[in-house]
Design a protein around this ligand. Structure first.
Ligand code: 3PG
Ligand code: MG
Length: 405
């Protein structure tokens, strides 16, 4: 179903390769450390498959202006701890320092470049691949490599130069594995199929949910996090100013559309019955009708919501989770997210359900909870996974098809 050249189809022995990966991680900014990173954990076996190459890693961390928009030195340190071969880091992307380090890199070594989003054009969309090919970074780096490996599955939906701008592209180990799982879900999802939606980037997740309802694949969407806030605000349930603030822009853009979608699919869209706020360091459960009155940030789903989500998930045959139901980084808001990871593990074991956890955040939460190993698959893709599962021809997949070497 997906048309690409795999890294297995090409003789990579002794070659210098540029590998665009997605190791965008959940960073504990205060302590300057990376929390459990399933994306880095996925990169290690991928690198082991490429041990006969000189591998240069290009990746991003967060977006300009955000608190966790850091250099990739932390990531390089983490990879070095986990990999049994030399891992170098250079705080440059395609300047003289980077070019020198790339030229000197030997087979068996790994070099991590700095956060590619520090280069401004990387933050733009290039629908026209030819235009991206002309950009300075691509023009400077392309002649230094034999092959370009597209392994940033988690950013496959971004038409950014480092994803789609290279002269040729082949799919790396992570992409190949991810696309095999995507095929499974797309071709023949066992029903009922349920999506558990949470976290941030509410509008992206809302859109993926809508596509999946419209294409008749999805049976239930269990909504939490900012997606739940967005839908509730759109249909006239006030959630309080601090919550509304986080989705104000999305709401302005899509309010009518959301209302319409909700009307059409309201039997399948499951909204929270209760949410949790923090009061003097403790969890306080708030009924939906009282949210406006408390006017506080909600950070987790409450017990009634957990129960309803659990009942639906335990009847499902396919469960896709994207985005954590709660702000699990904070102890006080952790329960709902860990509980949902546990339920997914149970659905896998007891019901033989195909369970996929997607996205850097929910993947991290699953690893922290200890249940990651008990679900069918931890995808490195969040939004990317959702778009592919919506039947969209995402930029990286399109580029892989059009840019075979
Ligand atoms: C992600 O974490 O979703 C990917 O790394 C893509 O990041 P982006 O949404 O900032 O493009
Ligand atoms: Mg993310």
């Amino acid at each position: 179903m997906f048309d690409y050249t795999s890294y297995k189809d090409v003789d990579l022995k002794g070659k210098k390769i540029l590998m665009r990966v997605d190791i965008n991680s959940n960073i504990d900014v205060e302590n300057n450390r990376i929390r459990e990173s399933p994306r880095i954990h996925t990169l290690i076996p991928a690198l082991q498959e490429l041990k006969d190459c000189a591998v240069v890693i290009m990746a991003h961390q967060s977006r300009p202006g955000k608190k966790d928009f850091t250099s990739l030195e932390l990531h390089a340190n983490e990879i070095r701890k986990l990999l049994d071969r030399p891992v170098k880091y250079v705080d440059d992307i395609f300047g003289e320092k980077a070019v020198q380090a790339i030229k000197e890199l030997k087979v068996g070594e790994v070099l991590v470049l700095d956060n590619v989003r520090k280069w401004e054009p990387e933050n733009k969309k290039y629908k026209d691949f030819k235009e991206a090919e002309q950009l300075e970074m691509i023009q400077t780096l392309a002649p230094l490599f034999d092959y370009f490996i597209a392994d940033a599955f988690g950013a496959a939906h971004r038409a950014q130069p480092s994803i789609i701008g290279w002269p040729t592209l082949i799919a790396g180990p992570t992409t190949v594995k991810e696309l095999q799982y995507m095929e499974k879900v797309l071709e023949n999802p066992e029903k009922p199929m349920v999506m558990l939606i949470g976290g941030a980037k509410a509008i992206d997740k809302y859109k993926a949910m809508k596509y999946n309802f419209e294409s008749d694949r999805l049976d239930y969407a269990l909504c939490s996090g900012l997606t739940a806030i967005l839908i509730m605000e759109a249909i006239g349930i006030p959630t309080g100013e601090p919550n509304k603030e986080s989705i104000a822009k999305d709401l302005e853009e899509a309010k009518d559309d959301i209302k319409e979608t909700y009307e059409k699919f309201k039997d399948k869209i499951v909204l929270p019955k209760d949410l949790v706020i923090e009061e003097n360091g403790n969890r306080k459960v708030v009924e939906i009708d009282d949210l406006a009155k408390y006017n506080a940030v909600t950070g987790d789903i409450g017990p009634k919501t957990m129960e309803e989500f659990t009942n639906i998930m335990m009847k499902a045959k396919t469960i896709i989770a994207n985005g954590p139901p709660g702000i699990f980084e904070k102890e006080v808001f952790r329960e709902g997210t860990f509980k949902m990871a546990e339920v997914m593990a149970r659905a896998t074991k007891e019901n033989g359900a195909l369970t996929i956890i997607g996205g850097g955040e929910m993947g991290t939460a699953a690893e922290m909870s200890g249940y990651a190993k008990d679900v069918s698959f931890i995808s490195t893709g969040g939004g990317a996974m959702l778009e592919i599962l919506s039947g969209k021809d995402v930029p990286m997949v399109k580029a892989l098809r059009e840019k075979k070497p």
